[in-house]
Design a protein around this ligand. Structure first.
Ligand code: CP3
Length: 346
């Protein structure tokens, strides 16, 4: 507040020149922070979500503690599904658990349209509040249809996604109806976030790497293309980011989507990504496990990532996946400072 607005992250999304490499972390707000754990003693996950003052405070915590260049709205990919009729709870140490999994066309038809102003006013209010409070850009986000469907069909976290893929292969019409419904929710939800002030949007397709490139092309790519096209038509100046874990084999497909930034995990190097012909801005991709390595090694590996990423405009430093609950906040702070120091001198 009062400070000059730091737009380094937005510039990097647009592949513009930046004074240093911007940094933020997926899951930068969460259980690794003692302050977050203290707030969680008093409120359930969704109670935090539904209380704009508290939700904005949780969103700001990592910005203030780590000095990152962007804030990400504190919510969950399940947040917009609750009001459309999904009985979901966030269970500590597990993640989202769904009491009424989807298995028939009837279950899909029962999912309501999302009316953001009526269904999730607290999210929009949190965004508006944060825009008054923050001096870094605010990233809005949503889950992507495949990843959301995996929770809806499996009833919770999964390892093999067998039921999800079984559903996709054996009930193609129902599957498409589910993708269409979830795509609509995603677009409506993100459009409302953008209208309320989100300055970039990230779509989390964390588990889509479970599909082969051929299945991704057949069953998912058209839906994702529609989502990103609709977002561009809403507001051309708001960059969109697409993330998936274990998705290196899908990058050539992703490069064809009308999305601005690809967020990649650590299983592939940035050099390899560019060698595939991927020409979009990139975000990533330090292995989060390195947060547990001796700091000298962490720094060395971060430097390797940066040297590859920052060799072209359009690069944002991040982890290859979210910060885990037993990560050390001081290490994250030192890492952030290192990225800033090292890249200011480049
Ligand atoms: O700081 C941020 O990044 C913003 C908040 C955020 C949360 N979830 C908060 C959260 C974001 C962006 C998400 C996205 C999300 N949620 C994804 C996509 C990103 C990824 O990691 O792949 C997925 C797959 C989910 C589903 C989900 N919700 C999982 C796997 C878990 C974690 C289980 C655990 O306890 O570690 C959740 C719960 C959740 N979402 C927590 C937080 C802070 C922990 C819940 C708690 O406080 O008890």
């Amino acid at each position: 507040m009062g400070k000059k607005f730091n737009d380094t992250f937005l510039k990097a999304c647009r592949k513009e020149e930046v004074p240093y490499v911007p940094v933020w972390y997926m899951r930068q707000a969460g259980r690794y922070q003692p302050e977050y754990r203290a707030i969680r003693e008093r409120y359930s996950f969704f109670e935090i979500n539904e209380n704009p003052e508290v939700c904005a405070e949780v969103t700001r915590l990592p910005v203030e503690q780590l000095g990152v260049d962007a804030a990400i709205l504190f919510a969950d990919i399940m947040t917009p599904l609750k009001p459309i009729g999904v009985d979901v709870e966030i269970v500590e140490g597990i993640g989202p658990v769904i009491a009424n999994p989807v298995s028939t066309i009837h279950d899909i038809q029962k999912l309501k349209d999302l009316a953001p102003e009526k269904d999730v006013p607290y999210i929009l209010d949190t965004i508006k509040l944060l825009r008054e409070q923050l001096d870094v850009p605010l990233i809005g986000f949503s889950g992507a249809p495949f990843t959301l469907a995996s929770y809806l069909i499996e009833g919770g976290p999964s390892k093999g996604y067998y039921k999800t893929k079984g559903f996709m292969y054996s009930k193609p019409e129902e599957w498409q109806a589910l993708m269409d419904r979830l795509a609509e929710v995603t677009v409506t939800y993100l459009q409302a976030q953008i209208r309320s002030g989100a300055q970039a949007v990230q779509v989390f397709d964390s588990w889509v790497g479970a599909l082969s490139a051929e299945d991704y092309r057949r069953y998912i790519a058209p839906t994702m293309a529609r989502i990103f096209k609709a977002l561009k038509e809403t507001e051309t100046t708001v960059p969109s980011i697409y993330f998936g874990s274990g998705s290196s084999h899908l990058l050539e497909e992703w490069n064809k989507l009308p999305v601005d930034v690809l967020s990649i995990d650590w299983r592939i190097s940035i050099e390899q990504v560019r060698a595939l012909g991927v020409d979009k801005a990139l975000q990533g991709n330090l292995d989060p496990s390195l947060l547990l390595a001796p700091f000298e090694l962490l720094k060395e590996r971060a430097k390797e990532v940066i040297d590859q990423g920052a060799s072209r405009p359009g690069y944002i430093f991040n982890l290859g996946h979210g910060v885990f609950p037993f990560a050390n906040g001081e290490t994250l702070k030192k890492l952030t400072d290192y990225v800033h120091d090292y890249t200011s001198k480049m």
